[in-house]
Design a protein around this ligand. Structure first.
Ligand SMILES: [Fe+2]
Ligand SMILES: [Fe+2]
Length: 187
């Protein structure tokens, strides 16, 4: 369990409701990612933890434009389907651009699948060129994906997922943020 629980359930800003366009599984995922990412922000004393929560809530909004048969397909995706899924950060960016109240989140949505070593997508940004909030969401996103059951694979334990984050620290993830996140689970 997380040492510090963080929730911003009191937020009534309309921007947080945009994610209701998503299917239930993705919505559930986004909510958990928002919880984990904002916990990192709070642990850092980041005064914008509320914005981190909202940005994480919207991070996969581009998936609302992808057919559910592909998103929830059991088994392996075809290369073409995988290419389509990989476009969701760009699709999300364009959706956000259409709504002035969501503008502060557009870069974060676009860059949440970038990797610290520059091998991510869609832009191949590297290290601290990736916005801080997007680096937080990347860790929270991977952690929730690993610890949740999906139609195409089984979940792994919290301990195994934390070990995997440590293993990918400095390559996929910002090492300092991984350290902060792992510390949140220590007694
Ligand atoms: Fe994503
Ligand atoms: Fe995600």
């Amino acid at each position: 369990m997380l040492k510090k629980q963080t929730t911003f359930l009191g937020i009534t800003d309309l921007s947080s409701l945009a994610y209701l366009d998503l299917d239930m599984d993705t919505r559930d995922h986004c909510y958990k990612v928002a919880h984990y990412a904002s916990a990192i922000a709070v642990a850092m004393g980041n005064q914008y933890s509320c914005q981190v929560f909202l940005a994480a809530l919207l991070h996969d909004i581009g998936k609302s434009k992808i057919a559910k048969e592909i998103l929830c397909k059991p088994g392996e995706l075809t290369p073409k389907e995988w290419e389509l899924i990989k476009r969701h950060p760009v699709m999300g960016y364009h959706l956000i651009k259409e709504n002035p109240s969501l503008m502060p989140f557009k870069e974060i949505v676009l860059y949440h699948h970038e990797r610290f070593d520059g091998k991510g997508y869609p832009c191949g940004l590297m290290g601290y060129d990736i916005p801080l909030t997007a680096r937080m969401i990347s860790i929270a996103d991977a952690f929730d994906t690993m610890t949740s059951t999906r139609v195409y694979r089984e979940q792994i334990s919290v301990e195994q997922a934390l070990q995997e984050l440590i293993h990918c620290s400095g390559t996929q993830f910002d090492p300092e943020l991984v350290r902060i996140f792992v510390d949140l689970f220590k007694e």
